[in-house]
Design a protein around this ligand. Structure first.
Ligand SMILES: *[C@@H]1O[C@H](CO)[C@@H](O)[C@H](O)[C@H]1NC(C)=O
Length: 471
């Protein structure tokens, strides 16, 4: 049996999950004027026409007067208790001369269209319109998310994609929440399910929620093409447009990158930023999205060898990006004084004005990060020397390179306290540094022979276990 404190702890942990609710925006409701070609719901003198060959699933919430109704071959009305249709014996005085109103094209809409979803941290927030901004990939339901189709609503969604499955945590349809795979599978096979969900990919539920307090990767990068195929980008008219990870379009604003350690809680930090800054009138035009993303790591800037998690904060101000930059600086300043309590070990930002942070300030953990970086660099040197001695690796000749340059960069950049960054920054993650220097790049490629031996000396340091050292 769990004792009370254990139980409390258990609930705290459960409460700390970081999945979001994603709600489908469009509906195919009878009472929604936008679903009718005339822009209005038919009234007592009108003919309601559903095109014969089109399938429909139409939710009817209340009683509607209509003169005549033509129905399609295949489809369904979902009637709320007390809902229905009736015909008036005389004229409907409030209804005009009477028209034929046609139910608009009810072709299913794309699941992977990010503009058709809205996100919130809780169901309550969804209801009250406290919505969260996300990059395009994360606007579409992520693998840990709860998917919500509005309770008093019908819809038709096309789940076609290149993937066989679309995994999510749960799906709510018409106020009923499905959490068990088999239940939802059965629903999908039902008449309603088939009218509502179409397409080659199966939405599968029962995926665990995000159990990591520091957040979870959305998992939609495999669908990037599909998602961005539905998005039209406006040209970004600022000096240096930025492209956040998971976004389809370049934007004007700022991106803050947060490096974290144990103790960091994404939900709490999001709330902190909201209360500290977003509620102030100065920032009420700001859109801010915060999530864990996997930044791909590239050896020498070209050879991908893995990913490292970091928290990406995307800030848009709908204008030049100047206000976004001010907020980014505020956030970095806040982390400078409270970062260690929040589990933040480092932070940097880029703004579309072209400015970026050199250094996030003296955050506790910076020192730790620098020490680890230094240790790693020393280890690397030892391993390299060893391999050179053994003749496994030949040293590249780098006569024209000021040898201090990469290492200095390391001490500047090793703020994050994670091994990955501390290690890859100095040499490999700054392709510019290397490629700027003619000859070196070539030399490296030729003599370090990454394809064979090089891989072996890189691997130990990038081993997954290395993450444990930071913790
Ligand atoms: C009507 O439908 C449109 C598009 O499907 C949707 O954006 C809008 O929110 C709906 N209106 C209401 C009142 O639900």
């Amino acid at each position: 049996m769990l004792k009370t404190p254990d139980l409390l702890l258990f609930f705290c942990l459960v409460g700390a999950t970081n999945a979001l609710y994603k709600q489908w925006i469009p509906d195919t409701n009878y009472a929604n004027g936008t679903n009718w070609d005339k822009g209005d719901v038919p009234c007592g003198n009108d003919i309601a026409l559903f095109p014969g060959q089109k399938k429909v699933s139409v939710f009817v919430e209340s009683m509607h007067a209509v003169r005549e109704m033509r129905l399609p071959i295949d489809g369904e009305f979902i009637l709320n208790p007390g809902a229905g249709f009736y015909v008036l014996s005389g004229q409907d005085p409030g209804c005009g001369a009477g028209v034929t109103a046609q139910f608009k094209d009810s072709e299913p809409l794309q699941w992977f269209n990010p503009t058709l979803w809205q996100a919130a941290a809780t169901l309550d927030d969804l209801q009250h319109g406290n919505l969260l901004f996300s990059v395009h990939e994360e606007s579409v339901p992520c693998q840990h998310d709860d998917v919500v189709f509005k309770a008093l609503s019908s819809f038709r969604v096309d789940t076609g994609s290149s993937q066989a499955n679309i995994p999510v945590k749960s799906v709510s349809v018409l106020g009923k929440m499905f959490e068990r795979k088999s239940d939802f599978y059965k629903y999908l096979r039902s008449k309603s399910g088939q009218l509502q969900f179409q397409g080659s990919s199966a939405v599968t539920i029962g995926n665990p929620g995000c159990q990591d307090p520091s957040g979870c990767d959305c998992g939609n990068s495999a669908n990037h093409q599909q998602i961005c195929g539905t998005v039209t980008c406006n040209p970004a008219s600022c000096k240096k447009p930025l492209l956040p990870i998971g976004h389809c379009c370049e934007m004007c604003g700022a991106i803050v990158t947060v490096y974290y350690a144990t103790g960091f809680n994404l939900h709490n930090y999001r709330e902190r930023i909201r209360h500290l800054f977003l509620t102030s009138s100065q920032y009420n035009s700001i859109q801010l999205g915060m999530s864990k993303v996997l930044k791909s790591q590239k050896l020498m800037g070209i050879i991908p060898f893995g990913t490292s998690p970091e928290i990406q904060v995307v800030i848009l101000d709908g204008q030049s990006g100047a206000l976004a930059e001010t907020l980014a600086r505020d956030i970095v300043r806040d982390a400078g004084s409270h970062g260690s309590k929040l589990g933040i070990t480092g932070m940097e930002f880029q703004a579309s004005s072209g400015s970026s942070s050199e250094q996030s300030g003296s955050i506790a953990g910076t020192v730790v990060g620098a020490v680890f970086s230094a240790l790693l660099v020393i280890t690397l040197i030892i391993v390299l020397v060893f391999l050179v001695r053994k003749g496994v690796v030949r040293m590249p000749s780098m006569p024209s390179v000021p040898s201090t340059l990469p290492w200095q960069r390391n001490t500047d950049a090793g703020l994050d306290g994670t091994i990955d960054h501390g290690f890859d920054n100095p040499m490999f993650d700054k392709p510019d540094t290397l490629s700027d220097i003619p000859g070196l790049y070539e030399a490296n490629r030729n003599s370090i022979a990454l394809t064979e031996s090089g891989v072996y000396f890189i691997n130990p340091s990038y081993d997954e276990n290395s993450a444990d050292i930071t913790v």
